[in-house]
Design a binder for this molecule. Structure first.
Ligand code: PAF
Length: 282
């Protein structure tokens, strides 16, 4: 596996690969790799001639300095995991190369409501930061396909919109959420849970599963009220939002008119660790 840190070097190498007809699969990450990421790498390897992974803790998508500081950085372990899986290139840029002081950091793209609801409401500016870095990474890597997990469903919707609006020549491949055997969605943040919170955290997905079972049987409002109460029965759990929304517009739904498009989304503080999850209701 080759490791690149320079933008120019990465761009040139991959430009030549693309010119010689090789397809490039791309998995952008912020490192602290877990099986969710590794699944994306495996899928990319199956579908492309070359697989590129980027590891970059993107400062401009954190609206909380403490969260950025606490983000786990495990480059050595990540590189070993990628090497074992047969990833071809890992791109690990420095922040001052991605965001040189001389260049304005802006995208000027209107995402409508996509970046204003749910995560967007509680983390203002987050998706703009994600979109900026993903666009830059796409420009550098020039991927044929890029792989994103459905755990970050709203991020996926924003990226699909970015690609469509700017006509970027890349296929976005959504991949299923990978879960621990007890149902907890894999996340780099899980390592920050205390042992007792880790034991209780799968309760979040159990409630989402129940929401899926009951969808259509009782009103949306009643179901949401029940689900919030159920999650908050766990000591130290606080629901930031729990919504049922359309899978494309992400606008909240008030009835079951279009159940096949509905997704339940949740963000929960478990102690001081913020977890998100979702479930498609069809
Ligand atoms: O999902 C992530 O890890 C990040 O938001 C991404 C897509 C790598 C952009 O920094």
């Amino acid at each position: 596996m080759k490791q690149f840190t320079g933008i120019g070097q990465t761009f040139e190498h991959l430009r030549k690969s693309a010119e010689s007809g090789l397809s490039i699969g791309f998995v952008p990450t912020m490192g602290a790799l877990h099986d969710g990421h590794l699944n994306l790498i495996r899928r990319s390897k199956q579908e492309n001639d070359l697989t590129v992974c980027s590891i970059f803790v993107n400062p401009i998508q954190f609206n909380n300095k403490e969260d950025l500081a606490k983000y786990p950085r495990t480059l050595e372990r990540d590189s070993l995991l990628l090497e074992e899986l047969g990833c071809d290139i890992v791109f690990v840029p420095e922040a001052d190369e991605m965001y040189p002081e001389s260049e304005p950091v802006d995208l000027n793209l209107d995402f409508g409501m996509l970046d204003k609801v749910m995560e967007g409401k509680f983390r203002p500016g987050h998706f703009n930061g994600v979109a900026i870095v993903v666009k830059k990474l796409f420009d550098i890597v020039q991927p044929t396909r890029a792989y994103f997990g459905k755990k970050d469903f709203q991020q996926l919707a924003v990226i699909k919109y970015l690609v469509k609006t700017l006509n970027l020549p890349v296929e976005i491949v959504p991949c299923e959420t990978v879960r621990d055997p007890d149902g907890l969605a894999m996340s780099s943040r899980n390592t920050r849970l205390s042992a007792s919170d880790r034991n209780l955290a799968p309760g979040i997905y159990k409630v989402l599963q129940k929401v899926r079972m009951e969808a259509g049987n009782i009103s949306v409002n009643e179901l949401l009220t029940w689900a919030v109460r159920k999650i908050e029965e766990h000591p130290g759990f606080r629901v930031e939002y729990l919504e049922i929304a359309d899978n494309e517009t992400l606008m909240p739904v008030e009835n079951w008119d279009n159940l096949a498009r509905d997704v339940a989304f949740v963000a929960v503080f478990v102690g001081d660790v913020r977890l998100i999850d979702n479930i498609e209701l069809f």
